[in-house]
Design a protein around this ligand. Structure first.
Ligand SMILES: Cc1ncc(COP(=O)(O)O)c(C=O)c1O
Length: 348
């Protein structure tokens, strides 16, 4: 459990129990500063799903100056409210759990906002609003085969919400099918295409909030009121291919457990230490062969044969599902461990 650890420790990276999720604080701060310069204050709504830690959210608020956040789950919303980070929280997702949403609205000191894309999810927001202030954003499908409705349905939902006395703050439309493509020109074109749909919906719905985007498109939006980016903080090797000005701040430290003659070596970070949906993690000076539950098997290059007990560093291909595999992230400046931040919002 996390609670039996002090939040700071005088340790070096090589002394950490492995596998260890490690955060390079200088790289994180570079990422926060770079994004805050491009999208200051409420023009960015950092997405908590990418890092799942209220300590990290607090650091983003204090350093980057962003006071509004978005979440993917009710658990993340609850944690952010309990941590006092509730100034302007958006559940950028649908929920059918009126009891849990209502309890959240009742205990939040500030109104909460929830995305809706159907009469069913709108009914849930309405029911929850009986227990505390709830506002809605109409979630519009801008091309990704996931949640969101078409502009006409958005207009009908907004009218229905308003006639029931619910505040409609505006629209959201996440172009998740676009954000990860390495071709910047293609991303630009597709953002324009997606935002044409969102514009149509916004003209019918109104409201001052127009929420869209992610790390890969944060600087390709010239019309929305806010961008929902989260991965930019920690980064991963998939986003690393896009040439964005953000540094890889997250890695996993592992220990070599076994070396098989001249062929391969094995370290103690496997499938359970990484989100693998974007592929294998990447190593410096080594090539990942494959991952199994608790192991990574790798080959080495240029005569850099490891020995048992060596430490190796792995960079995840997908940050969000990697973070949620770990109970804490070790915060480092250089090789010195300066704090341990709980991943207190991990799981759902
Ligand atoms: C609704 C929503 N908005 C924004 C994002 C952007 O996140 P990222 O910073 O990873 O591009 C995501 C990521 O999956 C998302 O689901």
């Amino acid at each position: 459990v996390v609670s039996d650890l002090p939040t700071w420790l005088t340790m070096q990276r090589d002394e950490l129990p492995t596998p260890a999720l490690c955060l390079d604080l200088d790289a994180l701060d570079h990422n926060i500063d770079t994004m805050a310069a491009a999208r200051p204050d409420t023009t960015l709504r950092p997405h908590v799903k990418a890092f799942k830690s209220t300590e990290l959210a607090r650091h983003v608020r204090d350093r980057g100056g962003h006071r509004s956040f978005c979440c993917a789950t009710l658990r993340e919303m609850e944690g952010m409210v309990d941590a006092g980070l509730s100034d302007d929280l958006l559940l950028a997702n649908q929920t059918l759990d009126a009891a849990r949403l209502g309890a959240l609205a009742a205990r939040s000191p500030h109104p909460i906002t929830v995305a809706v894309d159907s009469t069913e999810t709108l009914a849930v927001a309405l029911e929850a609003s009986e227990r505390g202030p709830v506002a809605v954003l109409i979630d519009v499908n801008v091309g990704m085969p996931r949640c969101g409705c078409d502009p006409e349905t958005a207009a009908a939902l907004a009218a229905r919400a308003r006639s029931a006395g619910l505040e409609v703050r505006g629209v959201m439309g996440y172009e998740g099918h676009v954000v990860g493509n390495p071709d910047r020109g293609w991303r630009r074109e597709q953002v324009a295409r997606s935002m044409a749909v969102l514009r149509e919906a916004h003209a019918l719905v109104g409201g001052e909030v127009i929420s869209a985007g992610g790390t890969g498109t944060y600087d390709l939006h010239d019309w929305v009121s806010e961008v929902q980016a989260g991965s930019y903080l920690l980064m991963d090797t998939a986003y690393g291919e896009l040439g964005l000005p953000f540094r890889q701040a997250l890695s996993v430290a592992a220990t070599v457990l076994s070396v098989n003659d001249e062929h391969y070596a094995v370290a103690d970070a496997g499938l359970k230490a990484f989100g693998m949906d974007h592929g294998d993690p990447t190593m410096v000076d080594h090539d990942v062969f494959f991952c199994s539950d608790e192991h990574v098997t790798f080959t080495w290059i240029d005569g850099r044969r490891p020995v048992v007990g060596d430490r190796v560093t792995l960079y995840p291909a997908h940050v969000d599902p990697t973070v949620t595999c770990h109970e804490r992230v070790w915060v480092l400046r250089g090789d010195e461990v300066i704090e341990a931040w709980p991943i207190d919002l991990r799981n759902w």
